[in-house]
Design a protein around this ligand. Structure first.
Ligand SMILES: [Zn+2]
Length: 150
């Protein structure tokens, strides 16, 4: 392709825009040039949306990936997508459970705002009380190497 030719394309709401051509009858855009309202499957996923049953792609996103050559992704209308309710509930629950596990001291059971270290699963107070700072056995901790209590 020596010269990029832009083509007119009409969107679902009647407005006209341009694309880089057509493939399989679908307008083609490059990464970053697709009109607002069109997203890839992973962008739908990120926004906790899913395709409506039988929802066909509106266009195609063509981009180059280092080492992989040309990649083609399907673009879907976000206004037709449905909230992925079941997944998001399960997703949220697992995120919350994981976060809670990471914020809870396994010794005193207190829940903290920040994650406790995964080396000890203990809060700072419990680490001080038990002297267990998550160091491998046989390693003496330098006093200066200990973290400063918040
Ligand atoms: Zn604790």
């Amino acid at each position: 392709m020596s010269r990029t030719t832009l083509h007119d394309v009409q969107l679902w709401d009647g407005t006209w825009t341009w694309c880089y051509g057509f493939r399989d009858g679908l307008p083609v855009w490059k990464w970053g040039t697709a009109p607002a309202g069109l997203v890839t499957k992973s962008q739908l996923w990120e926004q906790r949306l899913r395709r409506r049953r039988g929802q066909d792609p509106f266009g195609l996103l063509v981009f180059r990936k280092r080492g992989c050559g040309e990649q083609v992704g399907e673009l879907f209308r976000i206004d037709l997508a449905l909230p992925s309710r079941r997944m998001s509930a399960r997703w949220r629950a697992s995120i919350e459970a994981m976060g809670r596990a990471h914020r809870t001291c396994r010794r005193c059971g207190s829940e903290f705002e920040n994650y406790v270290p995964t080396s000890t699963w203990k809060c700072w107070e419990c680490m001080q009380t038990t002297g267990d700072f998550g160091a491998p056995p046989g390693v003496e901790l330098e006093p200066t190497g200990a973290p400063v209590a918040a």
